[in-house]
Ligand binder design. Structure first.
Ligand code: SF4
Length: 217
């Protein structure tokens, strides 16, 4: 067999897709990040016809190239919460406004084989938008985010995703130095809001593109 690893993951992605669909998510599978971008730009986003778009922190979303493609579109009102040139006050206000857009795009820290989304947030704006506010939510999810169950998902997030995220964001937390969670009390602590999304309400409000590549942390 050619590409047994990709074949293994394709079988896994198909099984997770079925679980997610049973939980009322709308799910797509692509082989590559580039294909995920094209699917979003040419099919998913046009079908939703959004006027306003925003996003929450996600290396997977950026990794597809979709972020830069959307920033170039003139027919959308973008609330850009990734703009590092604005003040902290303006950033907070944009995050508040992003809860009312037509389409919110982000990723998830983990997805279980039962089709549940598991996340750990610093401020909560990303998970708040996933659960309520934006008319539709689009998640870009690499195969590396698949976990067996809730316990596996929480271990993955706390022992891997959170320390790597603090390193990426240049936070002043002990895990940056050790690579291990110290359950810190740092002002820079990014681990504040655990969420488990078991189903999408309304049906298909949350759309998920599963990518047969490792994406993000
Ligand atoms: S609780 Fe603190 S030390 Fe632990 S992963 Fe989060 S930021 Fe790092």
């Amino acid at each position: 067999m050619k590409n047994p690893i990709d074949n293994y993951w394709n079988l896994k992605l198909e099984a997770v897709k079925e679980s997610l669909e049973n939980n009322n998510f709308e799910v797509f599978i692509t082989d590559t990040a580039e294909a995920a971008k094209e699917l979003a730009l040419n099919e998913i986003i046009p079908s939703l016809n959004p006027q306003t778009v925003s996003w929450g922190g996600s290396m997977s979303f950026i990794g597809t190239g979709l972020f830069h493609a959307l920033m170039d579109k003139k027919d959308l009102t973008i609330i850009n919460t990734f703009d590092r040139k604005i003040s902290a006050e303006e950033m907070m206000e944009r995050r508040r406004q992003s809860l009312m857009v037509d389409l919110f795009i982000t990723g998830t820290n983990a997805v279980t084989e039962a089709g549940h989304l598991v996340n750990l947030d610093m401020m909560g704006n990303r998970v708040a938008a996933m659960m309520w506010g934006p008319r539709n939510v689009l998640l870009i999810v690499g195969r590396n985010k698949i976990c067996g169950d809730l316990e596996d998902a929480m271990v993955r997030i706390k022992n891997y995703a959170a320390p790597v995220n603090t390193m990426n964001l240049d936070k002043k937390t002990p895990c940056v130095k050790t690579g291990v969670c110290h359950d810190c009390a740092s002002p820079d602590r990014i681990c504040n809001y655990w969420t488990i999304i078991e189903k999408s309400f309304m049906k298909k409000r949350i759309k998920i593109v599963l990518v047969n590549q490792d994406m993000g942390f």
